[in-house]
Design a protein around this ligand. Structure first.
Ligand code: ZN
Length: 675
């Protein structure tokens, strides 16, 4: 599970209270952290502080894992939509060959290509809606005629134009609307020729056959479900020798290199991952995860594989992603305190005691520095990750939880001076608190969410965990957020030295409620509802607390100069409400209460007040803040002596968004256009 960035990217000037702050670069009036802006996106660079302090073996390990992280880029394009590689390759051919680089049509075309790179496809990475090109079909056809020939044509021109220009075709990557067949209505490439009913029957039967197995595999996680020539439904498995083999072979090649320089524990882990990539057997994947989750000692760590299921409307299939990282030693002191108190948090959680974990195992949380992002984690990335996802492994062996400090630091830097806080936070006292404690509050929220929130609680006997279906991710994110919010306001945190004062919590509450009920709407197109799980979760919490606290005026709407503001009048009561909602959300999860879950999500998390929505968009647009952020990766170069021995690895920051994607397209593209 990941924690997508919440509001950090949009905040105004925030004080940096984290103990692990990367090297300061010169501050100029220009924004030195933002390397590109287009449409609703800003691209930020991130630094990799203290890379030079790693040992030579660790640096080499980072290098090889980073190569492996880049090799799966085509997979995520293809997973997102089966024509994505065709579109990307055609656009890149035109873009690099075109002699005319001026004019409205070309600029609109360039913007579209930048958006395709950013989203790993032609659907928005967050809203899942198909991009609307701002260049004309006529102009585009001229480019096709000029630059696309039999050698570089990926798909027939007419079909390509339909894919790009026909608004009704493949309009959503992920459609989870009520009453539609979410499988056939979604353009994602996880299923082909099968209906939602057939998919549910297929995996329902698989689960039923496995009934009672205490170590169930994650059914369907690493395959496309489709039909063979006879019309039988089968899984086309992503593995060496299977679907996506050319890319997976390259990943395995670099993993083998990585194994050579890894410590013995990590070598075993990497070899287990290679075994799974070769077999495609999900039992091998679990075996790998068990080894991986136990290793809390290695300094360098990584994620590489089919991990998160947010892209599948039914939650079976996982997208390919990669993250390479190493420990941020200073900042880790924060999460070590949290982990040491994990049982206390569990025992005191405001939930039915039956649903508390009796023994909290293997809480391992650390703050990391990211060295490379790949697949579904690039260019847009999470700021926290908690893995593995398999419930039985989490229960038996625990989970590893990380907060990514150099990424939040970069977001924060990129947001400085953007005027957001002045526009949306009414009270001076709230702004002051946010300036002083905003980043610490965000960091601790992420730590608590990942380190303790997702790992907390247990299911009632007989409940499998798949009962909540399309609502399960929203509810799970709400559960982790509520756990974090509730404990952030607990005196215990002051006592154990995590926060100097509860003002840290109140700053986070101000931020969270404002974002959930109001400012996050700037990221949704007019007329649309809230679809993304993390956004739904935040809206659910904010709206529920507003309504339940109405009698006591806990949260209040204030209008000044024709502008709406949300203010919190009673932080302590708000914290109680977080606790009450957590009680209910945990009950729903533990009991698998689908109807209650559906009612909660549909009532509070989905519908948008159109007037408020329009106002937020207008005020936000006036600030010229792009609502989404993503990154360019650093580059690593091997240094060798005359005999060819590796003597060092150096990191550099080329920081040109277009160049980086063209280079990745040239050097890390291994899949055929159709898979
Ligand atoms: Zn989460």
């Amino acid at each position: 599970m990941m924690n997508k960035f919440t509001v950090i990217f949009a905040m105004g000037v925030l004080a940096l209270t984290s103990c692990a702050t990367p090297v300061e670069t010169e501050v100029t009036t220009e924004q030195p952290w933002i390397v590109d802006r287009f449409d609703d996106i800003k691209v930020i660079r991130y630094e990799v502080p203290a890379f030079e302090n790693l040992t030579l073996e660790e640096k080499e390990l980072v290098y090889y894992l980073a190569e492996a992280a880049k090799c799966g880029r085509d997979i995520i394009f293809d997973q997102n939509f089966k024509y994505n590689l065709a579109v990307r390759r055609t656009l890149e051919s035109i873009y690099t060959a075109s002699e005319v680089r001026e004019g409205d049509e070309f600029k609109a075309f360039e913007k579209y290509l930048k958006k395709v790179w950013f989203a790993n496809g032609i659907h928005h990475h967050y809203s899942n809606d198909k991009f609307k090109p701002e260049f004309s079909e006529g102009w585009f056809r001229e480019q096709l005629a000029a630059y696309i020939n039999d050698e570089n044509r990926q798909v027939e021109d007419d079909l390509l134009c339909k894919i790009i220009f026909d608004e009704t075709l493949y309009s959503s990557r992920l459609n989870r609307a009520e009453g539609v067949d979410v499988v056939t209505a979604s353009a994602g490439n996880y299923y082909e020729g099968v209906s939602q009913t057939e998919v549910e029957a297929f995996y329902g039967a698989m689960a039923a056959a496995d009934e009672g197995n205490p170590e169930p595999i994650s059914y369907g996680l690493n395959s496309k479900l489709m039909r063979d020539a006879e019309g039988n439904i089968y899984e086309n498995v992503w593995k060496v020798g299977g679907m996506y083999s050319p890319a997976i072979e390259k990943i395995v090649y670099w993993l083998e290199k990585a194994a050579e320089v890894a410590n013995p524990t990590q070598r075993e882990i990497i070899e287990a991952l290679i075994k799974y990539y070769k077999s495609g057997d999900l039992k091998d994947f679990d075996a790998y995860n068990v080894l991986w989750v136990k290793d809390s000692e290695s300094n360098v760590d990584f994620v590489n594989g089919f991990i998160e299921n947010y892209g599948d409307p039914l939650g079976y299939k996982s997208s390919w992603e990669a993250v390479v990282n190493f420990r941020d030693v200073e900042a880790c002191k924060r999460t070590e305190i949290m982990a040491a108190n994990a049982q206390w948090f569990e025992d005191n959680a405001p939930i039915n005691p039956d649903y508390r974990k009796k023994e909290v195992k293997g809480v391992s949380a650390k703050v990391i520095t990211v060295a490379m992002l790949g697949g579904d984690c690039f260019p847009s990335t999470a700021i926290g990750i908690n893995l593995p996802n398999a419930d039985w492994i989490r229960k038996e062996h625990g989970s590893k939880s990380v907060t990514i400090d150099n990424i939040t630091y970069a977001y924060d830097k990129a947001a400085q001076g953007n005027g957001f806080m002045e526009e949306f936070v009414l009270r001076e006292e709230d702004r002051e608190r946010l300036k002083t404690y905003g980043k610490l509050g965000d960091d601790l929220h992420t730590d608590l969410h990942e380190c303790l929130g997702h790992g907390s609680g247990q299911l009632a006997p007989g409940v499998k965990g798949n009962e909540l279906r399309t609502y399960s991710s929203t509810l799970e994110e709400a559960r982790a957020d509520l756990f974090a919010l509730y404990y952030l306001g607990d005196e215990k945190l002051v006592e154990i030295g995590l926060i100097p004062t509860l003002d840290v919590a109140w700053s986070q509450y101000t931020d969270y409620i404002m974002n959930g009920i109001m400012t996050q709407l700037s990221r949704i197109e007019p007329g649309k509802t809230v679809e993304e799980d993390h956004m739904r979760n935040r809206k659910l919490i904010a709206e529920w607390c507003y309504e339940k606290g109405k009698a006591d005026n806990v949260i209040e709407w204030v209008v000044e100069n024709g502008k709406r503001y949300v203010v919190i009048n009673d932080f302590v009561k708000l914290r109680q409400l977080f606790g009450e909602l957590l009680y209910e959300v945990q009950r729903i999860k533990s009991e698998g209460d689908y109807e209650a879950c559906k009612a909660l999500v549909e009532t509070y998390a989905v519908q948008v007040d159109p007037e408020l929505h329009a106002e937020v968009i207008e005020r936000n647009n006036a600030l010229n803040i792009e609502p989404y952020g993503g990154f360019v990766n650093p580059e690593y170069t091997l240094v060798t002596d005359e005999a060819g021995n590796i003597t060092d690895v150096v990191v550099s920051y080329p920081a040109n968004y277009v160049e980086q994607h063209l280079q990745y397209g040239r050097d890390y593209s291994f899949l055929p256009t159709f898979n």
